[in-house]
Each structure stands twice: as structure tokens, then as C-alpha cells.
Design a protein around this ligand. Sequence first.
Ligand code: ZN
Length: 265
Amino acid sequence: MKISKHGDIEVVKMSVNPLFRVMDIYLYFMDGLLVDTGPSIRKRGLIPIFKSWDIEQIALTHHHEDHAGMASWLAEHTDATIFGHEKTIELVNKRAQLPWYRKLFSGPRDAFQASVYPQVIQTGKYEFYPIETPGHTDDHVSLFEPNQGWLFTGDLYITPYPKVFLKEESMNAYIESIEKLQQLDYQTIFCAHEGVITTGKQMMDYKLDYLKGLKNEVIRLHQLGLSDQAIIKTLFPKQVKLEQITFGSFSRLHLVRSCYMDEKV
Ligand SMILES: [Zn+2]
């Protein structure tokens, strides 16, 4: 676990799982506001950090256990208000029913109460506007600080060139969400798995172009009559690490299907 500073922002970087170091996660804290809470499997390292901060407000980007896993502890041990999308709030009322490998990897996500996002989260120095950005999940929210040009993107960015999707991820929703974000005047993105990206807006442009191009290409091949497997062989012939280590939760097949599922083709 490593804490660094990006200007005024405290950045905590850790591998989600302490043994299987295949994925990092980043938490951000500034002026009393914590963005995402980290996975409960990391509680031993995270609790002292949380205790050393004066956490007044918590913003959840979405309900996944690597982001909301420590929220129940924070709800119990701090006076902070936890904000989430109304869909997040419904989901986190109950303990997450996770497949065994996700529970093993990130730890459980216990139940907690959260409040629906206000129009703007005010801290002493900053203002953060929650922006609905579905794509990765239905309940995904990004946070925009217009005076600083900051955008906290949760799991919306991660890579400009994804080859795999979760079953619930939506190509159309990703494209619409990124188009919405590109109207905003921001520069730096704070990604939950890749850290601080000062060329964030440009990288999001790359992602948008890639997703639109990929969607069109999948639809073209699908209309030519190629099967999903044939499309995968054509566009993504190589094995993808994330597909292997998540037992296919992330897969090329989910991505391919998402490209044409919402279209009348
Ligand atoms: Zn996620």
C-alpha cells in the first residue's frame, strides 16, 4: 500500500489482492472527501489510513466490492455521509452475493446505508458534480470538479482499448457516457485502477474513437453472417489475460455481443 500526493489529493495505491497482484486499485482523498473505499480484503492496511484522515463525505462511483467493500466499516466507525447513485443504494442495502472467486479476491462487501447524491458535493475548497456515466455498470457515477478540471472516473476509463467486457457492460452506454463527459471542461482523470492521468481528456477521446470503430466493425461482421466466435477470431485472436484470471467474467464474447445486442441488425 502506497500513499502519495497529487497536489492537494492523497492517492492510495494498492493491489486489490495482497497475494495475487494482478490488479491495482486507487483511492482518492481531498478536503474531507473520499472517493471509493477499497476492498475489504485490504482492511488491515486501510483502517489505519482511514483513521488518520478526517473523512466527512464519501462518494461511491459504483457498487462493486473493490470500490464499496470498506463502506460498511466506514459507516460504522466514522460520521461520514456516504453518497451513491439511487441504484447503488438499493444494491448495497444487502450483503453482496458474490461468486466465490470474487469474494476470495476482494473480500466480502457487507451491507451499509448510503444517501442519494446531491446535485453537488461541497467541500471547503472544492465542488464535485456527480455525473451519471453508465457503461461499466448501470449505477456508475463520475465526479467532476470544474474549477480544477478534475474528473474521477471510477471504472469508466481503465483502458482506452478494452478487449473484454463484463456481461452487464454496455457498449452503447459507454459511448453515450463518454460523449457526455467530453462536453465537460476537464483535463485530468483519476481512474480507480490506473491512477492519475493528466492527459485524461485526450485518452478518453482515444477510447471513444476506438469503441465507436469497434462497434461498427462488429456490426459489419455480424451482418455479414459471421458467428460470435468467428468475430472474436477475426478481431481478438489472442488470449486476453483479464479473461483468464476472471474465469471469463470479463470476456471477448460479452464485448462482441454488446456491440450488436442493442441495435436492430
Ligand atoms: Zn467495477
